[in-house]
Design a binder for this molecule. Sequence first.
Ligand SMILES: *[C@@H]1O[C@H](CO)[C@@H](O)[C@H](O)[C@H]1NC(C)=O
Ligand SMILES: *[C@@H]1O[C@H](CO)[C@@H](O)[C@H](O)[C@H]1NC(C)=O
Ligand SMILES: *[C@@H]1O[C@H](CO)[C@@H](O)[C@H](O)[C@H]1NC(C)=O
Ligand SMILES: *[C@@H]1O[C@H](CO)[C@@H](O)[C@H](O)[C@H]1NC(C)=O
Length: 492
Amino acid sequence: MESTTKLTCFLQLLIFSFLCQSLASSSFTIVDSNSTFPSEALPTKSGYLPINPNTNSAIFYTFYEAQSPGLPLSQTPLLIWLQGGPGCSSMIGNFFELGPYRVVDIQNENIQHLSLERNLGSWNRIFGLIFLDNPIGVGFSFAATPEEIPRDQHSVAKHLFAAITGFIGLDPDFKNRPLYITGESYAGKYVPAIGYYILKQNMRLPEGKQVNLKGVAIGNGLTDPITQVKTHAVNAYFSGFINERQKGELEEAQWKAVEFVKTGNWSEATNARSEALDLLQNMTGLATLYDFTKKAPYRTGLVTKFLQSADVKRKLGANESIVFDECSDAVGEALSEDVMKSVKYMVELLVKKSKVLLYQGHFDLRDGVVSTEAWVRTMKWEGIKRFLIAERKVWKVNGELAGYAQKWGSLSHVVVLGAGHLVPTDQALNSQAMIEDWVLDKGVFAYEKKRVSASDTRAVGDRELGFLGRFIPVELFDASSFLRIANTNIGI
Ligand SMILES: *[C@@H]1O[C@H](CO)[C@@H](O)[C@H](O)[C@H]1NC(C)=O
Ligand SMILES: *[C@@H]1O[C@H](CO)[C@@H](O)[C@H](O)[C@H]1NC(C)=O
Ligand SMILES: *[C@@H]1O[C@H](CO)[C@@H](O)[C@H](O)[C@H]1NC(C)=O
Ligand SMILES: *[C@@H]1O[C@H](CO)[C@@H](O)[C@H](O)[C@H]1NC(C)=O
């Protein structure tokens, strides 16, 4: 989740204290750790990845190998998941969204039992899946000193790079597996930051030391905040949540954030954005801006309760003296001047050198569809015009409407229907179908194939045709863009 400032934290506290009260009133226990944490739910590997040889700061990870890989493990893709915040733990993603087991509660004679339930929409069905508590200071990750907690995306990326290369070093078979970085919300900053950092490192490292990055995926992301913050008022107005007078008020509040960005007053800009979102919250009276259809906020507090158990920590290989919090205030504070800074330029490099998926749950009023489309339109990338006129296809899963998908070349955009901010929580199976098809270039993400005609053949040249065989992706079929794209290693 993306909880940007004290104000939002305060709002979340209000929400969670309500939740905690209802938990407290039914004396909470994890009765039998063996039945609540069955051994088949344990990660394949978990523990700590050091990020600095001079301190003991380390990133906590849990890794789940693919359940039924379609390829030999040494070629099976690996996905990394990063939670948002800034400062929220990826264990929320693990145990509430896309991991193989989710925390659920059962009321029994006024005692609440927490246990784990199999998630059929898990993202590790055919891919390996790694959750990283990022940055240090978050979840079970350890920051040796408060000063070492990153204050900008470059430091975030540097630490993540150390952790990821550390992870890859754990097993010789990890080295060549195609790697995809995924995440949600404030990870709309982290995902481009680490992706960009890897591309830059790969340019200077010998081939044997490069990281096999193939793509990045961002769900309901905050990526180009100055463009995104300007969309709340129109989005809420045209969706019928506020009237014209309120639209004006909200526009004024948004504008303050923009003005502070222009004068480089970053923490004020962050606060102004939070105020605008609070105003929207107050105007709409919704249970949560993360999903306008929900009657209560997401119950992520269940995961926090579960992970506070000493036995669960021991089983996960987490440091038992760390008190688990869903989101770290210290990390939120450290990154407060980072919130309104854009990483759009990093996505512009990633779309040239790898592939990019942007997906949004349709019910989200914080980081939703309109807010993403607004910055995508302004991307500096040769393919952007072609992307913007590409067909927005109806996307179905098992014959049922799941959403819409638009793709050109290496950029894909998906609207997930029936989902709020936490897409995998709300649409587990569809989110699984989406990520699998996107990674494997299948379904709505397939490159459309067209038999190449004689005139097309002359435009492309025989050598390239020989390389590609008789078919080429029709989307890429444009003589000028063809050679460029062929040089950028897109997985065609
Ligand atoms: C849980 O399993 C472990 C290992 O099999 C065993 O030593 C322990 O006694 C069990 N605990 C309970 C509460 O059954
Ligand atoms: C930032 O905003 C605050 C509050 O409006 C103001 O006091 C301060 O001078 C501003 N700083 C800069 C560098 O503009
Ligand atoms: C929203 O409502 C709360 C509670 O009434 C109030 O304290 C707060 O100032 C309001 N925020 C905004 C931005 O209007
Ligand atoms: C566990 O965390 C504490 C701080 O909470 C730290 O002092 C200690 O060194 C850590 N232990 C290990 C084994 O990393």
